[in-house]
Ligand binder design. Sequence first.
Ligand code: PGA
Length: 245
Amino acid sequence: MKTISVSNEKEMSRKAAEIIIALIRENPNAVLGLATGGTPEGTYRALALDHQKNKTTYRSVRTVNLDEYVGLDANDPNSYHAYMEEHLFRHIDIPQDQHFLPNGSAESLEAECRRYDRMIERLGGIDLQLLGIGENGHIGFNEPGTPFQTATHVVTLTESTRRANARYFENIDEVPAQAITMGISTILKSKAILLLASGEKKADAVRRLLTETQNTDFPASSLIAHPNVTVIADREAMSRVHLYQ
Ligand code: PGA
């Protein structure tokens, strides 16, 4: 695992955007795995700005997102479909039919999970998967205890994850109880992984990521076995690492 320490969130976002832009310029047909949440917002802003200024094109890029809430329509402002539209897709030139998220309103959620994994395979797999990390070590919505060999599946969100995401909703009762998430094995099939962490709230998760051995109690530890993982963490997120070195 390669670690890049940066001073703050802005620098983390700039560095992540640089890596993504370099990949797209080298491979205009790249398949990008994307994430939602607070962490990648700055990266998406930097990509949008670069598209505007430097004309990096996404015309042949395909994107697949990690997850989507169950029961929220794509038009629901709290859906991850809406998040991606707002933070990235509407600001770049990616065609409508080249960005994909799980359908949380599918009639058969099981069939939707299988379809999503097959679709990623048909695209040729993910070239670079962007990840955040949950305070409890989750990646995507793979919560502690998830076996590392799981493919895309339906999860029941933990109380701590629902609390962490309640900031986007009127109140915690409105946070959906379930989501569809790429599984850990889906994520691990990506050719490269870029995990971002910013802020004191992530300090414990980053310490565990960089010091623990693989264990299913801490889903992000599954990444240790992957040959091409880059972690970009800011000073606050790295603040507990030195204590254990
Ligand atoms: P955050 O979420 O970026 O909103 O902190 C990250 C995650 O839970 O994976």
